[in-house]
Design a protein around this ligand. Structure first.
Ligand SMILES: [Zn+2]
Length: 108
């Protein structure tokens, strides 16, 4: 009888564990959700990747920790210019980014 109930307890624990994993899945949280903020055109540039020449826009890329597919906490910020043709991008430092943002403002 004792062995049987011990076995039963084990089964219950295992069941709860499985249930726990299941409810974690239902939370649907994750990271890697990416948003792009367009700040306007900055220069004409020939893309190293696809070879086309076009007007590149300045962007802030943000990566988010998301819950239920809704971005909640940003954990990474990338300042960059994005190729209008193939979406590859050049990264900038914060300093370079600030300068370019000022350039855009002075042109408008
Ligand atoms: Zn390109």
């Amino acid at each position: 009888m004792f062995v049987f109930s011990a076995l039963l307890m084990k089964t219950v624990k295992w069941y709860n564990y499985q249930k726990g994993v299941g409810s974690d899945k239902k939370m649907l949280w994750g990271w890697g959700e990416e948003t792009n903020k367009d700040l306007g055109p900055i220069f004409q540039h020939e893309c190293d990747y696809c070879g086309s020449t076009g007007t590149w826009n300045l962007y802030i890329k943000r990566r988010w920790i998301s819950i239920y597919f809704i971005p909640v906490i940003p954990y990474k910020k990338i300042y960059c210019a994005i190729c209008p043709n193939c979406n590859s991008y050049i990264k900038f430092s914060k300093q370079e980014f600030k300068q370019m943002k000022l350039d855009i403002k002075s042109r408008v």
